[in-house]
Design a protein around this ligand. Structure first.
Ligand code: PMP
Length: 446
């Protein structure tokens, strides 16, 4: 197979429209933080397999755990009355890791969308068990992304991910994201945090507090363009949720397991959630796995139920798949042994500092934002007026192409260039990434 072969007519997604779109870059091999395309072109992996390959592409401990598990027990289900050692060990390990966050138990699934669906269902069931039967509504943020299933899609902010599939889940409402670069309210971060938290409270009151099940948000928005909320936002949100008996769901599918420089994104903001959606980094992308972590507060209600309604009508064939659970156990051990969040914080700070300069040096870079090893570069039509780049502009794709030719894989999402390299990336590699990206922007500018 070669990049230019006719086989490209057959796109791996096999979606009729996707096949017509531009040719994919076919990645054939990976080692450490590097990948090779089918033509043997070597690239630094600035995408990390879509926020997932946190340990890079040659974590032998994870590979060995997978192989050993395949030999021991390739598959058994954990849903109805059976389990297996890796599932039990992994739940214990995750609960231990998240004990400081108040987590008491965990439910497994196969990916981020499943983890979100599980959280939404648990939130509704929690209120029902408490006798608050009318609490079925969800509130979320306009730039939020929560996966592709019907619940997640309904709380997604970006209409592109929902429009084609409507009507969706009733009772889902969206409010403004605390987005410093683009908001109609203020340029002061703390004031913005207060205003946007107040928007949540107003929406809860408007809907009727006794009808709202949960507020769901990402501690730092990923797919929406790496939008970092002001420092006071999550603490205020936590207080408002508590005041009105609304559950707080943290979608940590991207931010979980170190990406922000903290083990979990909620820790970055010094708050705890009631439910956490986890995936991607949990198994470092080696095998698909999702998990929904459940706080003691929520778990207690299920444990105390005498009515029989707490019976679990939810679970997947592949919940805690043994191979995925083995991979996750090895991943969690590596995260701790290598202090992965610490590295993400340290080398991420260098990446943030260097690439923020593009706001000054590049005429079409409007805003560079991020934390740890997640960073978004928003390209604009006019910097002074912050006029968004038109969808028809080829500039973002040209920057990505320049980067590719210079040996760096990046992701383009609308007007944003998004970086989420493996969290084990070294300082030298991060500096190389920045060198290449600076040269790529300069080449497009020229
Ligand atoms: N939530 C967030 C915040 C995500 O970024 C994603 C995927 N990018 C999902 C949920 C869905 O995860 P998956 O693609 O594994 O279903």
């Amino acid at each position: 197979l070669k990049q230019d072969n006719a086989e490209f007519q057959w796109h791996p997604m096999a979606h009729p429209a996707a096949m017509k779109k531009s040719k994919p870059d076919i990645v054939a091999r990976g080692e450490g933080c590097w990948i090779w395309d089918v033509d043997g072109h070597k690239l630094l992996d600035g995408v990390g397999g879509l926020w997932a390959s946190n340990l890079g592409h040659s974590a032998t401990a994870v590979r060995d755990a997978i192989v050993a598990q395949l030999d021991e027990l390739p598959f058994y289900n954990t849903f109805r009355g059976t389990s297996h050692p890796r599932a039990i060990e992994l739940s214990a390990q995750l609960v231990k890791m998240m004990e400081p966050d108040g987590v008491a138990s965990v439910m497994f699934s196969s990916g981020g969308s499943d983890a979100v669906e599980t959280a939404l269902k648990l939130a509704r069931q929690y209120h029902k068990l408490r006798g608050e039967k009318d609490r079925f509504k969800f509130i979320s943020l306009r730039q939020g992304y929560h996966g592709v299933h019907f619940g997640g899609m309904s709380v997604n902010g970006n209409t592109n991910f929902r429009r084609a599939y409507e009507p969706l889940l009733p009772g889902c409402f969206h409010i403004d994201t605390p987005w410093l670069y683009r908001n109609p309210y203020t340029n002061d971060p703390l004031e913005l945090g207060e205003i946007c938290a107040e928007l949540l409270e107003r929406e809860i009151v408007f809907q009727g507090p006794d009808t709202v099940a949960a507020f769901i948000a990402e501690p730092v928005q990923g797919a929406g363009g790496v939008i970092v909320p002001p420092a006071n936002y999550w603490p205020l949100v936590r207080k408002i949720c508590d005041k009105h008996g609304v559950l707080l769901i943290a979608d940590e599918v991207v931010t979980g397991f170190g990406r922000t420089g903290h083990l979990f994104g909620t820790r970055l903001w010094g708050v705890t959630a009631d439910l956490w959606c986890l995936a991607k980094g949990i198994s470092s992308g080696y095998v698909p796995l999702g998990a929904t972590a459940i706080s003691a507060k929520v778990a207690q209600v299920f444990n105390d139920d005498k009515s029989g309604q707490a019976a679990v009508g939810h679970g997947y064939t592949y919940s805690a798949h043994p191979v995925a659970a083995a991979a996750a156990l090895a991943t969690l051990a590596q995260i701790q042994a290598l202090d992965v969040p610490g590295n993400a914080g340290r080398v991420g700070a260098v990446m943030q500092e260097r690439l923020r300069q593009l706001e000054k040096t590049c005429s079409f870079v409007g805003n560079v934002r991020g934390v740890g090893l997640m960073l978004g570069i928003e390209m604009v039509d006019d910097k002074a007026t912050r006029t968004p780049m038109p969808r028809s502009s080829d500039i973002p794709a040209r920057v990505a192409k320049e980067a590719y030719q210079r040996g760096l894989m990046v992701r383009i999402s609308g007007p944003n260039l998004i970086l989420s390299p493996p969290l084990v990336i070294s300082l030298d590699e991060v500096n190389h990434l920045c060198d290449v990206l600076e040269a790529s922007f300069a080449a497009v500018e020229a």
